[in-house]
Design a protein around this ligand. Sequence first.
Ligand SMILES: NC(=O)c1ccc[n+]([C@@H]2O[C@H](COP(=O)([O-])OP(=O)(O)OC[C@H]3O[C@@H](n4cnc5c(N)ncnc54)[C@H](O)[C@@H]3O)[C@@H](O)[C@H]2O)c1
Ligand SMILES: O=P(O)(O)OC[C@@H](O)[C@@H](O)[C@H](O)[C@H](O)CO
Length: 392
Amino acid sequence: MKAVHFGAGNIGRGLIGQVLHNNDFEICFVDTFYPIVEQLNQDNGYWVEYINKNRTTVFIDQIHAICINDLQQLIKEIQTADLITTSVGVNNLEKIAPAMTEALKKRFEQNVKPINILANENVINASTLLKRAVYQELDKISRQLFDTYVSFVDTSIDRQALSKEETAKSIAVVEPYYEWIINKSQWHPNVDFELKDVTYVSEMEPYIERKLFIVNAAHAAFAYLGALFDCQTIQEVMEIPDILNIVRGFLTENQEYFVKKYQINQQELERFIENTLMRQGNPQLEDSIERVGRSPLRKLSTDDRLVGPVKKLANLGISHVNGVKVIAAAYLYSNPKDEEALALQQLLREQSALSVISNVSGLEGTLLEEVEAMYEQIKKNKELIFQGGGNA
Ligand SMILES: NC(=O)c1ccc[n+]([C@@H]2O[C@H](COP(=O)([O-])OP(=O)(O)OC[C@H]3O[C@@H](n4cnc5c(N)ncnc54)[C@H](O)[C@@H]3O)[C@@H](O)[C@H]2O)c1
Ligand SMILES: O=P(O)(O)OC[C@@H](O)[C@@H](O)[C@H](O)[C@H](O)CO
């Protein structure tokens, strides 16, 4: 079988490519970054290195790659594909939609075999977002074809996937742990294979929310609090007890939401949180604040990992004091190499904090005032973030 995967970056190679390879797929990677396309074609594969004691490596073969602007080749690849997957970053889904749509339309001129499309991005319902972008490209007749033959299947993926350069080659570097959860209820009824080594569920919401509001929430909290105190890596931040305290408090607050909303067992959640913290603090990892804190406007948006859970807690009348601290710290994130961080700081120079927080995070009322007050406070004196009964 053949998969066409958009995005040959860290998780594309370090998780999706590897799992599909273990499912006997040949993979065509599609990317905008020519050097990785060239490398994959030169080697007909790539190396994955595990972050374990022996630094075990595995070579993933049956690989080739194309550039996304090579539309004729993309059409050929999608013509014979059994599965389409992505991991390009949420903000790039709209950018891949036109080429993907064009190639699928051509496929359906000759081949009406149904196909599943799985967008694997850190956002709630990434495939549904991609579907929206694809359908914007379609006229009424094509929509009917796509309704019949394409299923957009939401997923949640979890693995800390980095990469390193060795002898001018990019090697995927991953923790052994991973989770790839797929919404079975969206799987096309006439596609007769299932993937192994993944988890199928019938309801996606609790899983993607748990991933985003615990795993990614913790990560982002470490990144933005760490940046405030001039740290370089997540592992370095986790050595600071007062910061660890705030993040633990934030996760304990978020845990309450899961208990209330999904009646998930408290002890099970506590184990999940401890396991997350252990994974993120893995001393063999060196995960930069710059990577984990990338795109702060996305991470501060209304349904994402920081504001999403805090809004829900506020609506339920549950304590969210640590969440407010983390959001305020995120608003102070500045990094000249990150376009969104630059844009965020520019906004804060041009407008009042109240109006920026309201526009970027969609907050209003008391919660908006709480975040703004904390932002102003720690902007004057960052040590104040450790005051005020912040430990949940
Ligand atoms: N790295 C992780 O640990 C991890 C874990 C879980 C989920 N994710 C999610 O997976 C996605 C990818 O993350 P990553 O860490 O692999 O990022 P990355 O930057 O390493 O990889 C993204 C790849 O997509 C390519 N790309 C960008 N725009 C494109 C376009 N228009 N067409 C084709 N290719 C394009 C880039 O060139 C790059 O190779 C993100 O949504 C991220 O949130 C990452
Ligand atoms: O990829 P982002 O920018 O949404 O978030 C950065 C990290 O938190 C993320 O990549 C994690 O490492 C990953 O989601 C772990 O599964």
